[in-house]
Design a protein around this ligand. Structure first.
Ligand SMILES: Cc1cc2nc3c(=O)[nH]c(=O)nc-3n(C[C@H](O)[C@H](O)[C@H](O)COP(=O)(O)OP(=O)(O)OC[C@H]3O[C@@H](n4cnc5c(N)ncnc54)[C@H](O)[C@@H]3O)c2cc1C
Length: 304
């Protein structure tokens, strides 16, 4: 382990890697966890270095954006946990009707939404209230249902570091976007930046759309609690929340984790929850839904 520490120091800079770092604050569900190796990447160069350091050491790299769709519930000894705080944006091109803007993957998504609404650039307004970073939002192709819209809808191209550590530019088609899916979930690459083409319109129209979406969000999602949002994917044409509710699981608890009594697809941490308890609750929910409906629920939240 001493060897690995000094190797990481030489690859990422002396004193930049933290050892045995508490991770509870890195995820919105705040599961108690510790990273053996932790690095904060504040720039494009540091993200690229981190990916290459993981390849050189054999440690699996886990990139954390806002941590709003990610939990740490297993052992992390063989992982390099990288918090992405790379913030950058640049106007690439514009015409009378559209503007092309590049955003870095560590850019907070709420800031992107607010900034584009204020300038009258349409494309992100329905996502007001979506937590996390741009990187996580592209990785998940995060979505909104009223109207059906996804973060990748207006995407033009991306820059990434592939699984071999090479920096590349790729067109939108590379991501094979669908509802809740991008190819980043399978190709082992790290998103650096994404370029979007947004339509120019009036801020007042965008504010109106955003306010309607936010009002619906506030009506339907539990507030002021520790969660990762919807925990399970909706099976085809069905609602995971409905199935969990009908299986009588609202309010069911393991340790500090409880199935939200107000929205059955939200798991809430009442405080200090441990990964083992969360895994037990997930197992229980899946088993009870399977026993009642014969349906296998699949986690939407990434469990590391
Ligand atoms: C209260 C609440 C409401 C939510 N509402 C919605 C909603 O309306 N719609 C919706 O779709 N989701 C929703 N979510 C889920 C979540 O907020 C989104 O999926 C969000 O876009 C995830 O972004 P993040 O930066 O937090 O990702 P993280 O949780 O940090 O990461 C998620 C995954 O993406 C990977 N990743 C992150 N950055 C990169 C990168 N740069 N390159 C490659 N991989 C990367 C991570 O390794 C991880 O596997 C909600 C969550 C909460 C807590």
């Amino acid at each position: 382990m001493a060897d690995l520490k000094s190797k990481l120091d030489s690859l990422l800079g002396k004193g930049k890697v933290q050892f045995n770092r508490d991770l509870a604050d890195l995820t919105t569900l705040k599961v108690a966890a510790r990273a053996r190796y932790f690095f904060e990447a504040k720039t494009r160069e540091e993200l690229i270095l981190a990916k290459r350091a993981s390849l050189a050491t054999g440690l699996e790299m886990v990139i954390v954006g806002g941590g709003s769709n990610l939990v740490f519930a297993h052992q992390l000894q063989d992982k390099l946990i990288v918090k992405n705080t790379y913030r950058y944006r640049k106007i690439i091109n514009q015409s009378r009707k559209t503007i092309d803007i590049l955003f870095s993957s560590g850019y907070p998504f709420s800031q992107i939404v607010r900034e584009t609404i204020a300038r009258g650039y349409a494309g992100f307004e329905y996502h007001l209230g979506l937590p996390g970073s741009l990187g996580g939002a592209v990785y998940m192709n995060s979505k909104w249902t009223k109207p059906l819209t996804a973060v990748g809808d207006n995407l033009l191209r991306i820059f990434l570091v592939d699984k071999k550590g090479r920096v590349m530019e790729k067109p939108k088609t590379y991501l094979r976007l669908s509802y809740g899916y991008s190819y980043l979930q399978d190709d082992g690459s790290l998103l650096l930046e994404a370029v979007f083409r947004l339509k120019k319109t009036t801020p007042s129209l965008l504010k109106q759309r955003a306010a309607t979406a936010l009002a619906y969000r506030l009506q339907t999602q539990p507030k002021g609690v520790l969660t990762s949002g919807c925990f399970f994917k909706n099976p085809a044409n069905l609602s995971a929340g409905y199935l969990i509710d009908r299986a009588g699981l609202k309010g069911i608890r393991q340790g500090a984790f409880v199935v939200s009594p107000s929205h059955a697809n939200f798991i809430v941490n009442l405080g200090g929850g441990k990964g083992s308890d969360l895994l037990n609750l997930i197992k229980l929910v899946k088993k009870r839904v399977y026993d009642k409906f014969g349906i296998n629920l699949v986690e939407e939240v990434v469990i590391v």
